[in-house]
Design a protein around this ligand. Structure first.
Ligand code: NAD
Ligand code: DAU
Length: 391
């Protein structure tokens, strides 16, 4: 396995101006002896948005640890080429020795853990990789973080945080009239993906409770935006609509998800990292519940508007109902009042404007799209959709 630097920049030049100096967790600036953060999974969809966002909003150095699986893409970070404050290291989070060495070398003041297998359909087709990365990988990171943290000075120990990025899927599914998930909703994960994330959340909690590791956990709803791998609903439908292919809706299309623009998720994570109470979990959501069929018809209309079809008719005509996902959760909804009340965070983007920006991004970034739709991607599409009967 290649665990060397994927792209090496020099160390940050002395005096490099920061856009905004980020002062974490304390008003006493004298306590800060470290400013690097270590991000895992920072070449994936949310992770790469987070790193790009962090560079603009904060600007302190980022060590980005990513295995570059099918979902990880160094091209997401191309705008940081030559940026000495970002270093992408190709490394498996299950590799304890290398993770330990990276912590020792870079001395981060925080770890922000995105790396995961993230697609529910893939977890149904092959669950093993989800257990390895999401459960064992999170354990390795926690264990290495604990060793590193215990060796820090008292002041640096006080400042250090391990932020675990998790999902609302750990709470299971809701009926149409059920109250939204809150931080005290009992865990009831339904897919192998959700179960692996629930297990990782429990490990994070245990490392705080037993060893005192200063952890934070966020449970977020469905993200959408630039750089999302086109196996997920929104980018898949945009690209199929653009290319005049069928739009495969699982079941009756009335499953509901709460949608959050990825930049809002990034700002929420920064907020929790800066001001979240140690040991707490924070739900993050967009207050934008939509049925899948409504999301897809909106995408069809946006693509029709931006790229009218020559004589092909409205894209809504491409909608095809197909065999449902096994164990398909009916509805997710997030009660995000805790993060709003305690930390003052709210989403900035409305679903309709965020979706418009997202459609435009995919239409304007054909090169990126071509780069991720490799042979392995086509195999997955064949495996997931090839035998799914039309309803
Ligand atoms: P993604 O699949 O787009 O990216 C995952 C990244 O992790 C990739 O860059 C991949 O290369 C890397 N990775 C996978 N296995 C690894 C390993 N063993 N070692 C190192 N790196 C590895 O995922 P995403 O959608 O960006 O999600 C990021 C995190 O946010 C995940 O933990 C996911 O559970 C969580 N989350 C996602 C959503 C969503 O809607 N996408 C919502 C809530 C929470
Ligand atoms: O809720 C947060 C979760 O959201 C994250 O933790 C996951 O990592 C992320 O993948 C996402 O999970 P979903 O299963 O909700 O996302 P997905 O885009 O796969 O599907 C969204 C909805 O659309 C879901 O109800 C299934 C449906 N769907 C999906 C695909 C890929 C279809 O109807 N057709 C499709 O082809």
């Amino acid at each position: 396995m290649d665990c060397g630097p994927a792209r090496r920049g020099g160390s940050r030049a002395q005096g490099t101006p920061y856009v905004e100096r980020f002062v974490p967790y304390t008003d006493d600036r004298r306590q800060l002896t470290k400013d690097t953060i270590l991000v895992t999974g920072g070449a994936g969809f949310i992770g790469s948005n987070f790193v790009l966002n962090w560079m603009k909003a904060v600007g302190s150095p980022v060590v980005n640890v990513d295995l570059l699986t099918y979902a990880g893409n160094a091209a997401n970070l191309a705008s940081l080429n030559g940026e000495g404050r970002h270093e992408l290291v190709r490394c498996d989070i299950c590799d304890a020795e290398t993770v330990g060495q990276l912590l020792h070398k870079h001395q981060p003041r925080a770890m922000v853990h995105f790396a995961a297998e993230s697609h529910v359909d893939r977890s149904i087709a092959s669950p093993g990789e989800f257990i390895r990365t999401n459960v064992h990988g999170t354990f390795v990171l926690l264990d290495q973080a604990k060793r590193y943290w215990l060796e820090l000075s008292a002041a640096d120990r006080e400042v250090f945080r391990f932020l675990h990025v998790s999902t609302d899927e750990v709470y299971g599914t809701l009926g149409a009239d059920d109250p939204a998930f809150s931080e005290t909703t009992a865990y009831a994960p339904n897919s192998p993906y959700a179960a692996s994330k629930a297990a990782s959340d429990h490990l994070v909690r245990a490392y705080h409770h037993t060893f005192g590791l200063p952890v934070l956990t966020t449970n977020c709803s469905n993200n959408y935006g630039p750089y999302q791998f086109p196996e997920k609903l929104i980018p898949l439908m945009i690209l199929n609509a653009l290319e005049g292919k069928p739009l495969p809706i699982y079941g009756d299309g009335k499953n509901v998800r709460d949608w959050l623009f990825v930049e809002d998720h990034c700002s929420a994570i920064r907020t929790v990292l800066e001001r979240g109470r140690v040991g707490e979990t924070y739900n993050i959501g967009g207050n934008s519940e939509r049925a899948n069929i409504d999301v897809v018809t909106t995408i069809c209309d946006l693509v029709d508007e931006m790229r009218p079809r020559n004589g092909g008719g409205a894209r809504r005509g491409l909608i095809t109902y197909v065999q449902d996902r096994p164990g398909h959760d009916r509805r997710y909804a997030i009660n995000a009042s805790k993060i709003s009340r305690e930390l003052g965070w709210r989403p900035a983007e409305k679903f309709e404007s965020g979706l418009r920006k997202t459609v435009r991004w995919y239409l304007e970034n054909g090169e990126w799209v071509d780069g991720v739709r490799t042979g392995a991607y086509r195999e997955w599409m064949e495996r997931n959709y090839g035998e799914r009967k039309e309803l």
